[in-house]
Ligand binder design. Sequence first.
Ligand SMILES: NC(=O)N[C@H]1NC(=O)NC1=O
Ligand SMILES: [Zn+2]
Ligand SMILES: [Zn+2]
Length: 461
Amino acid sequence: MYTKDMELNKLFISQNIIVENKFINGGIFVNEVGKILKVLRQPEIETYKKYEDVEIIDVGNNVIMPGIIDSHVHVNEPGRTDWEGYETATKAAAAGGVTTIVDMPLNSVPPTTTLYNLKEKIKAAEGKAYVDVAFWGGVIPGNQAELLDMIKAGVVGFKCFMCESGVEEFPCVNKNEIETAMKILENTGSVLAFHAELDDKTSMTNNDDPVQYNTFLRTRPASMEMNAIKLIIELAKKYNVRTHIVHLSTAEALPLIVQAKKDGLKLTVETCHHYLNLKHEDIPEKATQFKCTPPIRDLKNLNLLWDAIKNGVLDMVVSDHSPCTPDLKCLENGDFVKAWGGISSLQFGLSLFWTQAKQRGLSIFDLHKYITYMPAKLVGLHNVKGQIATNFDADFVIWDPHSTICIEEKMIHHKNKITPYLGKNLYGKVLKTVIRGHVVYDNEKIVDKPIGKLIHNVITN
Ligand SMILES: NC(=O)N[C@H]1NC(=O)NC1=O
Ligand SMILES: [Zn+2]
Ligand SMILES: [Zn+2]
């Protein structure tokens, strides 16, 4: 029986709680520090419901799932806070049922490429986060001496570019520089993530009409991804380092990935909501809100990516939320070549994934795996987050898989509202988001202070 010294604080009740790939009808006890004390099934829970000091949050038959972990988000603060900042990004995350974001090392100034810069990022984020925030470090030419210090300071891993990143503070690395980084990261358990596009002769710019999507598409052929992935696999065979391919777009690379995994390489691969929802056939001229790199490809490619989700060749699905100010999106003249590449979707991942997944025969348990459990594992948070079990953080998304939402500008918490999904009707409505037992988002409103934690080991003062 419950006694006060169990620190029971809250009891979340639902007929559909996701526990070990099943729905259970029961409740989740949460203690004062926001950890799950115990998961109970009906009818056991009835006794506990009567206890007076316990706050009961009964959500009926709505789903309680571990909060979403989006391991690929560009926050851009400090330095480019007008593109996206911690307050707006984490509010958008909360509204989307995302309880942890992992901030990419580039687009902020400074980028997260040194220990000092990591501390600057943390300082900038302090007091602003509505959800938990962890940090990627970056590998750029010449910063190899910083990598181990950044690991000690708690970065979840490192990202590098194999082609121009779009911002000058974050130059790309060549094969030698990648090898240098891999030698340092060997046996540390850290992960090296690659923006996997490598230029070749076919990717030259052309003089075709820049308002046509096809003009841009021709500058980023699938061969760029193929070249990069071949090199990553070659190096992954040589060094004992976990490797990760971010935002895979081309389905042509899937056989290479299958083989690499068969060969036992420690390789994981993510794709993004935009590659699973959008196709180039539908992109109107001048619609630069659809521009991202690698680019959105055709319907056949989209279907093949879904097959790779179904059969587990791809490991996870993330947003690659990478906004900018409207002027840089060049919406007025619709110049696809000049516009910033990056799509904003942090707030809508759950509904984007679920709408497609549901009609393709995938389950809510698949959704949990691809947008929560596997990203948690990638960034090493899987022992504290991503499951509803004793001692895990009480981070939940409470949602209704049958309700629909229509994406409208006024509901968007991202700082810049440009997104290719405006006007889309989607299945899956986030009702509440819970961070360590605190409801931070409820019924379309942010309802608590910025209680998100910054996940790192740096002592800043
Ligand atoms: N710099 C940056 O955020 N680039 C991102 N944008 C995008 O479309 N792909 C990326 O890698
Ligand atoms: Zn990238
Ligand atoms: Zn990115």
